[in-house]
Write a protein that binds this ligand. Structure first.
Ligand code: NAD
Length: 321
């Protein structure tokens, strides 16, 4: 029987699929220190980010055929060592794209209508300064008709473009690798009615110069931030910026300066330089809409991750049990 250890858990939908195929799925967490003695009994190890799959764990896993990571990234797995031993290593990067894209829009809608600020002040001043708050928050904008700049036109960037097209936004994208993509809008409850739109990427200069909203969907390369002082200076005055990609892609000090000068009207951040202790100046800034790295954390994304893990494991073993 194929034995699977889902050491950081797996969504019940994925677990059921594997169990229905006759596999044993253990979800009781084994502490990192005890993993070395336990892993030898398993054919598959599924982790998220908590379990560290080190060289020692891989060597102790003498029956391991697959190491799977639920979600994006493989930082906690010694991929080279595992692949060197013929073990298949994979993750599920596409499962959460829709959720991250929707969070980017949650920040955009929030910024466009001051929800982030209103939600902070209504409980404190709503009862006594209602009319004053009404006046302050009555200068919002619509997203329809605005230009949306999408930096990074991969999985999430294309989902964002799809939602933007649906809202009636003009899409400008930049990606050094992707030249164009078709985004498809399917109508609810129908398999045969959809709209397909070709979106071509443009230059970074054009994107910075023309966008009313800019959203980042790039990997962290470890080098210089993609958005720094120079890029802020090229943006339209009063632009809104959203970052749900990775801390380090936006220069946070330059962002604070741009918010102070009014060059950036507001920003939505799900990711930070110093997680889990982001800069206090960011956490307390009135022009920021903030979330604690929850882009992929929805019911649907977690279910998709579980199902994708199960599908790939089932495909690997075929009819073996
Ligand atoms: P992807 O690999 O499908 O797409 C990334 C795209 O960025 C690629 O097409 C690549 O060519 C492009 N790119 C690379 N460098 C660039 C640059 N300097 N300028 C413009 N484009 C550049 O990745 P994805 O699945 O779309 O994920 C995008 C980001 O979202 C990743 O950093 C990922 O870690 C992050 N993410 C965050 C959360 C969250 O919880 N907030 C969840 C999932 C993913």
């Amino acid at each position: 029987m194929i034995k699977i250890l889902a050491n950081d858990g797996i969504h019940p939908d994925g677990k059921t699929l594997l169990e229905e195929a006759g596999y044993q799925v253990d979800t009781t967490r084994i502490a990192q220190t005890e993993l070395l003695s336990a892993i030898g009994a398993y054919d598959v190890l599924i982790v998220r980010s908590a379990t560290k799959v080190t060289k020692e764990v891989i060597d102790a896993g003498r029956n391991l055929k697959i190491i799977a990571r639920g979600g994006v990234g493989l930082d906690n797995i010694d991929v080279e060592h595992a692949e060197g031993k013929g073990i298949l290593v994979f993750n599920t990067p596409a499962a959460s794209s829709q959720s991250v894209a929707e969070l980017a829009f949650a920040h955009m809608f929030s910024l466009a209508r001051f929800l982030h600020a209103s939600n902070r002040l209504m409980p404190v001043k709503g009862g006594v300064e209602y009319d004053k708050l009404k006046k302050v928050y009555s200068e919002g904008i619509q997203l329809r008709g605005r230009t949306l700049g999408v930096i990074g036109f991969g999985r999430i960037g294309q989902e964002v473009a799809r939602i933007g097209v649906g809202l009636g936004m003009k899409i400008v994208t930049f990606d050094p690798i992707v030249d164009e993509a078709r985004v498809e809008l399917h109508t609810f409850n129908s398999d045969n009615a959809w709209l397909s739109v070709k979106v071509e990427t443009s230059s970074m200069e054009e994107l910075l110069r023309t966008s009313d909203f800019i959203t980042l969907h790039v990997p962290f390369s470890g080098g210089k931030p993609i958005i720094g002082r120079e890029e802020f200076a090229k943006m339209k005055k009063g632009v809104f910026l959203v970052n749900t990609s990775r801390g380090g892609t936006v220069d946070e000090v330059a962002l604070l300066e741009a918010l102070e000068s009014g060059q950036v009207a507001g920003a939505g951040l799900d990711v930070f330089d110093f997680e889990p202790t982001p800069r206090q100046e960011l956490l307390q800034h009135p022009k920021l809409s903030l979330t604690p790295h929850i882009g992929a954390s929805t019911f649907e994304a977690q279910a998709n991750i579980g199902l994708e893990l199960a599908d790939r494991i089932l495909a690997y073993f075929g009819d073996d049990k």
